[in-house]
Design a binder for this molecule. Structure first.
Ligand code: EPZ
Length: 432
């Protein structure tokens, strides 16, 4: 089990390059199931969730080519031989449910394990399933799997009871091959939804309104291949912006899209940060002091829930009291307990966290619980006096490519402690 070891109080400086958006790469990879032709994606982040999705697609008969290191993957679903997403994979990555819509649209049947709970909340997929039913799918549930069947999906109207990112993506991918027009309402506006729609249009889909609450689709009989470059990862970029601030440093985050982070950048400016925006980079430096500023998470373009944990770590170092309200997930304060063990002053009241600062942090052995909570502990470790050891960092590896290398490149004292292989095995592993 890998760990990260961080020696704190090093100011970050220089530049950090943002990678491609994990949450755009996942649905666009699933979209390869919609055609028998080749779909090539560029700027794909080399992270564990991408590797998991690649295995899932290959198990369905999709041929894949390309290497994570080159941030490029080509997929071709000539024949879908196994229209099923097994529990063993889905339990490690809920986003596997993104294959439901495309499998159903392409083959007329999809068997996908229900994702079950996760650290940050129940996260049901009822709204995905209602949408597919509106398009004419027959659904049944057996042994923890949902089985969806439809001779040919039929266009219809569907209004989501609440905004769901992957729900919008799943139903959109089903609608593009349905017969006739589909109108989806109360859709998610996230940039990752817009990026998926951009790929689908390149493949021949007829879509209007992506990025607005109402998306209109004219179904087509089949889709072709395409090449597409994934958008930058706004959550990774925002994480590094806050890493600079919590260390009192100054960095430039490059290859990102500031317009996808405005809710965060404006709060940080209110808190006293100096932010410089360009077309593809964000310059950030800490002003003379960091002030506490309240936030409430919301769907895009509001303050991203995926940046809430990192922001909480930052607010432990701000002067005053910051109230952080989480409106998207019911259990997304797991990081608060670990931050408190490092010296933070945080009180949880339902879906609100009251953070009083500045509270000096001291390094500790801490446990990562989910992807963004882990990032929050990294930020705290960067600011803490002494050494922080973060265990279970496989959570981080799901969504942050080469995090310790990028931070080290900006002056952080961070290293990864790999699995300790017993000496006896080192000879066979060619290590000794
Ligand atoms: C996406 O998850 C992201 N994942 C999450 O990022 C992100 O936190 C979330 O959107 C919110 O922005 C991917 O894109 C792969 P939702 P998703 O459906 O689509 C409820 C990360 O760290 N809901 O928008 O699963 C749900 O329980 C991950 O990269 C239903 O009730 O989130 C939640 O409370 C974590 N029924 C709310 O809606 C449904 O059918 C929003 O969830 C679907 C969702």
């Amino acid at each position: 089990m890998d760990k990260l070891v961080i020696r704190g109080e090093q100011k970050l400086h220089g530049t950090i390059r943002a990678g491609g958006a994990k949450n755009a790469a996942l649905p666009t990879m699933a979209a390869s199931l919609l055609t028998a032709e080749e779909v090539t994606l560029r700027n794909v982040p080399d992270v564990r969730d991408i590797q998991t999705t690649r295995k899932l697609l290959e198990a369905m008969g999709v041929e894949t080519e390309g290497s994570g290191g080159h941030h490029r993957i080509a997929m071709q679903a000539r024949h879908v031989t196994h229209a099923q997403a097994d529990y063993e994979l889905v339990k490690t990555m809920r986003a596997s449910t993104l294959v439901l819509g495309p499998l159903l649209a392409r083959t007329g049947k999809a068997t996908v394990s229900l994702p079950g709970g996760c650290a940050i909340g129940a996260r049901p997929i009822d709204l995905h399933l209602k949408g597919l039913e509106r398009l004419g799918a027959n659904l049944r549930q057996e042994h923890g799997y949902v089985i969806a069947e439809a001779e040919r999906l039929q266009g219809n109207t569907y209004s989501f009871d609440r905004i769901t990112v992957t729900g919008t993506e799943d139903v959109l991918m089903a609608a593009v091959l349905a017969r006739g027009e589909t109108v989806l309402r109360n859709c998610a506006l996230e940039p990752e939804v817009v990026d998926l729609a951009a790929l689908l249009v390149k493949m021949g889909a007829k879509i209007e309104g992506a990025g607005t609450p109402v998306i209109r689709v004219q179904g087509v009989d089949q889709l072709g291949g395409a090449t597409h470059t994934i958008i930058a990862d706004r959550i990774e970029a925002g994480t590094y912006v806050m890493a600079a601030l919590i260390t009192g440093g100054e960095i430039e985050v490059t290859h990102c899209q500031p317009e996808h982070l405005e809710a965060l950048l404006e709060r940080l400016e209110e808190a006293g940060a100096k932010i410089r925006r360009s077309a593809s980079s964000i310059g950030v430096a800490r002003g003379e002091r960091l002030r506490a500023v309240d936030i409430s998470t919301a769907e895009f373009p509001g303050f991203a829930t995926d940046l809430q944990a990192q922001y909480m770590a930052l607010m432990t170092q701000a002067e005053g009291t910051a109230v952080i309200t989480e409106t998207i997930f019911e259990n997304r304060f797991m990081h608060a307990l670990e931050l408190s063990r490092m010296g933070a002053n945080i009180r949880i009241e339902g879906n609100r966290a009251v953070v009083r600062g500045p509270a000096p942090l001291t390094g500790a052995a801490v446990l990562a619980s989910d992807l963004r909570a882990s990032a929050s502990l990294v930020l705290a470790g960067l600011a803490a006096e002494g050494e922080t050891i973060i265990d279970r960092i496989y959570h981080l590896d799901r969504g942050y490519e080469k995090l310790e290398e990028k931070l080290r490149g900006a002056g952080a004292a961070v290293r990864r402690l790999g699995r300790l292989i017993p000496v006896a095995n080192q000879h066979s592993a060619g290590i000794a």
